[in-house]
Design a protein around this ligand. Structure first.
Ligand code: UDP
Length: 452
């Protein structure tokens, strides 16, 4: 019988763990205190300190950073390993006293696409092991993020004799079921399918992801825990709307729709622009699009052209990328967040908006499917039809300035998603992976993590 994770609502399965962990059960036992874990996180292709909001850096970077910082608060140590993309970043950056971001060199020092990073993984592994050996480091477990890092973790875990936990962030095959145009590369699909057999435990962001993995990849449900993403309730909180609007130069009486996130095609921002064209504009309506690369990409050019074609360009503001600490002003200045994505692995911005007291209109994909409730905190759309989006917006707008949902009740609806709760659930997953290897936990540290 396998234990269920905190957020798991599926029936509990009976099968024991994967091949990799059965193999490791026979290996040498390392006894360590449960209180202070030394965690190696892998985020090879994108740095958690990258420019969040641009094309390739989004929710995953926020997740890794917040999770690591939360682990630190609980007395654990985290080393996050990423590929060096810029020459002038230090080898090691401390995010907190016990959280380090380590830049390792593998291949050219510039941003590369995931497919170009793939052949560099053996070099990255060499650099990783050199660093670990030079510094005489020991880790209790590996938590890898995204398929490239999963591949690396699957090589490193048996060599280090530690459990390997893996978070997809996006499952290529699942995304393909939703996105007709933005297809996942066959190499990645093959790698993901192989990977699920090698990792010890998978941390899925949603129940739907878990179901997909069990049904289509044949993984035992025992090896998958469900832990949603979290939100920083300190940073994202209700602020005075009037002040926020004044700060952004928005008119007090205007109805303001906000989109926040990467300007990627699967986010379907075009649907909001099309919806806007269906809405009355006489008493003022504005769409703020927050996110972008700081340069005009083909996707942004297409969106700008669409605003002109539909003659709504005067009602749309392309704000560009905003540092996360400034985002609360944008959420608080708005009347609704609209997220009409074709596919979402979770949809952190929905949580952030709700934490600020802003209702959310979203398509029925990702984590918001379980978070959004009609008449409680927003509207879930069965389809991404612009007319359906326009109707949902009109319903909120029809209240003549009186909010349908009180900011406090919206915030209350997602309080349980604090990073502290999420980190507790992830820790439980770590424990389950370690408990599956008898004798791994103990009272004495065999090798201390040095140089921290
Ligand atoms: N974000 C940001 N600045 C921007 C746009 C987005 O900091 O200009 C952050 C936002 O706060 C959120 C993340 O990027 O935490 C996007 O995460 P989400 O899960 O919504 O989307 P993903 O990028 O994972 O598809």
């Amino acid at each position: 019988m396998c234990g269920a994770s905190l957020y798991d609502v599926s029936p509990v399965g009976t099968e024991a763990g994967g091949v990799a962990h059965r193999r490791r059960m026979e290996r040498k036992v390392i006894r360590l205190p449960r209180e202070s874990l030394h965690i190696a996180m892998f985020s090879v292709h994108s740095s958690p300190l990258g420019r969040i909001g641009n094309r390739d850096t989004g929710g995953m970077s926020v997740y890794i950073r917040q999770l690591a910082l939360e682990m630190e608060k609980r007395g654990h140590r985290v080393d996050i390993f990423t590929r060096r993309q810029e020459a002038d970043v230090p080898d090691m950056v401390r995010l907190d006293s016990r959280v380090r971001l380590i830049h390792l060199t593998a291949g050219p020092v510039r941003p590369l696409s995931p497919l170009d990073v793939f052949p560099l993984l053996p070099d990255f592994l060499k650099a990783l092991e050199r660093f670990k050996n030079d510094q005489d480091l020991f880790y209790h477990l590996i938590h890898s993020h995204y398929w490239l890092s999963g591949r690396l973790g699957a090589w490193a875990a048996p060599r280090w004799n530690v459990p390997h936990l893996f978070t997809f962030h996006t499952v290529g095959a699942l995304k393909n079921l939703y996105c007709q145009k933005d297809r996942t590369e066959p190499l990645r699909l093959r790698m993901e399918h192989q990977l699920v057999k090698e990792v010890d435990r998978i941390i899925a962001a949603t129940q739907m992801e878990k179901e997909h993995l069990t049904r289509h990849h044949g993984i035992s449900p025992c090896r998958i825990g469900v832990v949603p993403c979290g939100v920083d309730l300190e940073r994202f909180r209700p602020l005075e709307k009037r002040m926020c609007r004044a700060h952004l130069g928005l008119r007090a009486g205007e109805f303001v729709i906000v989109y926040v996130g990467r300007l990627a095609r699967l986010k379907r921002i075009d649907r909001i622009i099309r919806a806007l064209a269906h809405l009355r504009s006489d008493d003022g309506i504005r769409l703020m699009i927050v996110g972008g690369d700081g340069r005009l990409t083909a996707d942004e050019i297409a969106l700008r052209r669409l605003t002109q074609r539909l003659r709504v360009q005067d009602r749309v503001t392309f704000v560009g990328r905003v540092e996360q600490e400034k985002l609360p002003v944008f959420y608080n200045a708005a009347d609704v967040l609209v997220l009409p994505s074709e596919y979402e692995s979770f949809g952190l911005v929905g949580l952030e908006a709700l934490a600020c007291g802003l209702p959310v209109v979203a398509t029925r994909v990702g984590g918001l499917t379980t978070i959004l409730q009609e008449e409680v905190n927003g509207h879930l759309l069965n389809d991404g039809n612009p007319l359906s989006i326009a109707r949902a917006i009109a319903k909120l707008r029809g209240t003549k300035g009186l909010p349908v949902f009180s900011p406090q009740s919206l915030r209350d609806s997602i309080r349980e998603y604090s990073w502290s709760n999420i980190a507790a659930a992830v820790l439980q997953e770590y424990e389950m992976a370690m408990d599956a290897i008898p004798g791994l936990w103990g009272t004495q540290s065999a090798v201390e993590m040095s140089a921290l």
